[in-house]
Design a protein. Structure first.
Length: 502
């Protein structure tokens, strides 16, 4: 079993989607229970990664390699490091919660919704396991299909517009990556990521490839100025779609930088690190101000995701300044670790925030902040969770939102105090837009009579929000297990940043 554990994790949810579909719309409860069983089995299987993976060894582990397309030397090649393991566990954890969260909410063709979620889960796990560039690209692109369906079928009134915008943006970026991969294949004769990383490239070649990868992954993160698809996609997506999009899919952009930009084009990544750092700071500060004036709760949290993911790209590329400029490996490692912790933390916090908004929307069928007020008077338990996640979104110490951002700010200070100043500013602006939303939604007198009729969270919602709360607090209070899991992989990445191809 352990020889093919990664394949099991990829294909179990994809194959498990078949009996969910076969249950049909006539047996919705059967479809729901089968989907939940498959999601739980996938999560349990992912837990086996922890005893099987040796965190002290930076080498890729649990490898699988089978010739896939002989004529092109393309392999079905899988392996994981500590970063991959952490992201896979995040994916399978969220996979259960989106199934439970949609249990009573999705009433139109729930079997198709659950099946699309399972297929999406398997494809995302495939992205985190692939060590063949073409296999990575296949999983990377295939993810668009189930998400396209989820938003287009179960989304809001403007779902067609949002779906097309999401698809066009992400597909457009991916085309540049494909061109870059074809160029690399023609030079190396292989799509193996290790061989591509060892391929000698001139600065001109690296520069063109860097921008090909940057466009693809910047759209996915998303970075300014190619972020505009995200608010529309979030607003129109069903709650489960928003949770998966924010908690997992955005992380694939940051993961792509680690697997492609840094090892394959290191010199160009160093030369253009200032560009990525600049765009990251714009996301952290400017997008925070945009979030401050939003009246739609989903759109506000969507913009906050852009700002928080700016910390991920900042932590990754600040490491270049520290390694190659100052030769400070410890600070570079701190920044890279912070970026990785921020990816996992944002998965928990953003997933929880969108789940909370979904709870309110299910009762009042509006996401406008002005339609609420005084919610805590009738939903005290919900108010407890909402305030907790809002504090985490603001970066409060003791929650997961603080750990990664603090590490990135510390590392940035050692690179340039001004970068650290603007990065730390998000703790202020983040608290402003998050707590301003909480104040208007939870506190005060009830002015809308429909709010007075709202019921507090039920057992199913308790389970979803409680699981997210446990994860947010566990990572905030004791981040060491996650840091240890990724430590050797991060150390190897930082060491490789010093390698020159020119």
């Amino acid at each position: 079993m352990f020889n093919h554990l990664l394949s099991l994790l990829i294909w179990l949810p994809i194959v498990g989607a078949v009996p969910v579909l076969l249950a049909g719309s006539g047996r919705p409860n059967a479809a729901r229970w089968i989907a939940l069983l498959v999601a739980i089995l996938t999560f349990v299987a992912s837990l086996y990664l922890l005893p099987q993976y040796n965190a002290a060894d930076a080498a890729k582990q649990l490898t699988e390699d089978h010739l896939w397309i002989a004529g092109l030397n393309v392999h079905y090649a899988l392996a994981v490091d500590g970063i991959s393991v952490a992201l896979i566990l995040l994916t399978t954890f969220v996979g259960i919660l989106v199934i439970v969260g949609a249990w009573e909410v999705i009433r139109v063709n729930p079997h198709q919704y659950m099946a699309a979620m399972l297929v999406l889960e398997g494809l995302m796990i495939g992205v985190f396991c692939a060590t063949d560039a073409l296999l990575f690209y296949v999983f990377f692109e295939a993810m668009l299909i189930p998400m396209f369906i989820l938003i287009g079928v179960w989304g809001g009134p403007r779902r067609v517009y949002a779906t097309l915008k999401f698809f066009i943006y992400t597909f457009f970026g991916s085309i540049f990556m494909l061109v870059g991969l074809i160029y690399l294949y023609l030079k190396a004769g292989s799509f193996d990521l290790a061989q591509l990383a060892a391929l000698p490239l001139t600065m001109k070649e690296q520069s063109w490839l860097f921008f090909a990868f940057l466009i693809a992954f910047a759209v996915k993160v998303p970075m300014v100025p190619v972020h505009t698809w995200l608010p529309d996609a979030h607003v129109e997506a069903p709650t489960g779609g928003s949770v998966v999009l924010a908690a997992v899919m955005l992380k694939i952009g940051g993961y792509g930088f680690l697997r492609f930009s840094l090892p394959i084009v290191p010199d160009a990544s160093e030369a253009f690190a200032w560009l990525v750092i600049g765009l990251s700071l714009i996301a952290v500060v400017y997008i925070g101000y945009i979030a401050l004036v939003q009246e739609d709760m989903k759109k506000l949290v969507a913009y906050s995701s852009v700002a928080h993911m700016g910390f991920v790209t900042l932590g990754i590329f600040i490491a270049f300044m520290l390694v190659r400029g100052a030769g400070n490996l410890d600070a570079a490692k701190l920044g890279m670790q912070g970026a990785m912790v921020q990816m996992i933390s944002h998965g928990f916090v953003s997933g929880a925030m969108f789940s909370c908004i979904g709870v309110m929307y299910d009762r009042l069928h509006t996401r406008q902040i002005k339609d609420y007020g005084g919610v805590i008077n009738v939903m005290p338990w919900f108010g407890f969770f909402y305030v907790l996640f809002a504090m985490a979104n603001s970066g409060l110490p003791g929650t997961s939102g603080f750990v990664g951002e603090f590490q990135v700010v510390l590392a940035s200070f050692q690179a340039n105090p001004w970068i650290a100043f603007f990065a730390a500013f998000t703790l202020i602006i983040g608290a402003a837009y998050t707590l301003y939303m909480v104040k208007r939604v939870l506190w005060g007198d009830i002015t809308n009579p429909h709010v007075a009729e709202m019921k507090d969270i039920n057992g199913r919602e308790w389970l979803v929000l409680g699981a997210f709360a446990a994860a947010v607090l566990a990572l905030g209070i004791w981040p060491q297990p996650l840091i240890h899991l990724m430590d050797s992989s991060v150390t190897q990445l930082v060491t490789q940043l010093g390698n020159h191809k020119i």
